[in-house]
Design a protein around this ligand. Structure first.
Ligand code: LMR
Length: 327
C-alpha cells in the first residue's frame, strides 16, 4: 500500500512538473518613464499584442516609472535574469559599449527623420549588435525625440549656462557637452530629476518634450529653450540567455509583436513631440524660448568640439555615416 501511494505521489509530481513547464514564460519589461510617453505606450502595446496572440506561451508584465529597476540597475538585473526586457536611452550603455555614445554627440542629427535614416542604414543596424559580447541583444531602436534645455533662468546663449548645474544621464559625452559651455553636469537617475529641480539642488536638465511634460519638470522649470541640440532615443534590449532560450517560433512571434509595438511607439513619439510641447505652452508654467539662428549657432560652435574629443572611442567612420544621414 505504501509502495502504491509512493507511486501515485511520484506520478502526481511528474504531471505537476509537466504542467509547470507548460506555463507561459514571464517577461518582465522594466522602464523609468510614465505610461503616457512613447516608451510607456510601446510597452503596453507589446504586452497587449502578446496577450492577444500568444498568451499560452508568454506573458508580458510592464513595470513603468522605475518601479522595478532604475536606470543604473536594469542592465545588471537583466544579466542576472531578474528582468527580461528594457529600453534604456542610448545614453545609458556606456559601461557596455562605446559605439552607442555616437547618439549623444551634440548637433549630430538635424531632426528625427535623419535619426531614423541612420538607424535603418547598415551602419545603424550593425550597432544593434554592439552589446553581444556583453550578453545583451539589441532588438530595435525606439524613438523619443530631440532634447531641449530646461532651466531656472532663461538660456539663450552658451554664456547663460556657464556655472549652472545640469542633470545628465550617465554619459561622458553629455558630460563633455555641458563642460563645453562651462556648465556643471551631474549624472543622476531619471527618478531623481523632479526633486532635484524642485529643491533647486540643480538649475536645469536636458530632455524631450514628452519627458518634460509627463514628469512635470515644466512645473519647476520656468524656462525651456527649444534647442533640439541632441537626440534621446532608446535601444530595446534583452539578455542573450533569455532570448536564445526561447523556442524558435516563440522568439519569431515575439519579435514580430515587438516590431509592431515599436512602430506604434514611434508614431506616438512624433505626435507627442508637438502635443506635449503645446501642452506645456498652454499651461503657462514655463516660457518656451525659441533661439535665433545666430544664438543657435553659438551653441553649435561651443559644443561641436566634443565630436573630436570622442572620435577615437566612437570611430570617425561611424560619425561620418551618421552625419551623412542629414542629407
Ligand atoms: C532620462 O534619463 O532622462 C531618460 O533617459 C528617461 C527615459 O527613459 O526617457
Amino acid at each position: 500500500m505504501r509502495i502504491l501511494s509512493a507511486a501515485v505521489a511520484s506520478l502526481a509530481l511528474t504531471v505537476g512538473a509537466q504542467v509547470a513547464t507548460a506555463a507561459p514564460v514571464e517577461l518582465k519589461f522594466s522602464h523609468v518613464v510614465a505610461e503616457n510617453t512613447p516608451k510607456g505606450q510601446m510597452a503596453i502595446k507589446f504586452r497587449d499584442l502578446v496577450a492577444e496572440r500568444m498568451a499560452d506561451d508568454v506573458v508580458v508584465k510592464v513595470f513603468p516609472n522605475s518601479q522595478l529597476f532604475g536606470d543604473n540597475k536594469v542592465l545588471e538585473a537583466m544579466l542576472l535574469g531578474d528582468v527580461q526586457m528594457a529600453a534604456p536611452s542610448l545614453s545609458k550603455f556606456q559601461k557596455y559599449t562605446t559605439s552607442l555614445q555616437l547618439f549623444d554627440l551634440p548637433f549630430l542629427f538635424k531632426d528625427m527623420e535623419a535619426v531614423e535614416r541612420f538607424q535603418q542604414s547598415d551602419a545603424g543596424q550593425k550597432l544593434l549588435g554592439s552589446l553581444e559580447s556583453k550578453g545583451l541583444v539589441g532588438l530595435g531602436y525606439l524613438h523619443n525625440g530631440m532634447k531641449q534645455l530646461s532651466a531656472s533662468e532663461a538660456l539663450r546663449t552658451p554664456a547663460d549656462a556657464s556655472g549652472k548645474k545640469f542633470r545628465i544621464m550617465t554619459s561622458d559625452v553629455l558630460q563633455a557637452q555641458f563642460e563645453a559651455v562651462e556648465a556643471v553636469p551631474l549624472k543622476k537617475p531619471f527618478s531623481e530629476v523632479f526633486t532635484l529641480l524642485q529643491t533647486k539642488a540643480i538649475d536645469g536638465q536636458e530632455n524631450t518634450w514628452s519627458n518634460i511634460y509627463s514628469k512635470k519638470f515644466f512645473e519647476v522649470q520656468p524656462y525651456i529653450t527649444e534647442s533640439n541640440h541632441g537626440v534621446l532615443d532608446y535601444l530595446v534590449v534583452t539578455s542573450a540567455e533569455f532570448w536564445k532560450g526561447l523556442d524558435d517560433d516563440v522568439r519569431t512571434e515575439l519579435k514580430k509583436a515587438l516590431d509592431e509595438a515599436i512602430a506604434h511607439g514611434n508614431k506616438i513619439a512624433a505626435e507627442k513631440a508637438d502635443a506635449d510641447k503645446q501642452a506645456i505652452i498652454d499651461s503657462g508654467r514655463s516660457e518656451v524660448i525659441s533661439l535665433t539662428d545666430a544664438e543657435r549657432q553659438q551653441w553649435v560652435e561651443a559644443m561641436k568640439p566634443v565630436w573630436k574629443q570622442f572620435e577615437g572611442e566612437i570611430g570617425a567612420d561611424l560619425i561620418d555615416a551618421a552625419a551623412a544621414s542629414n542629407n
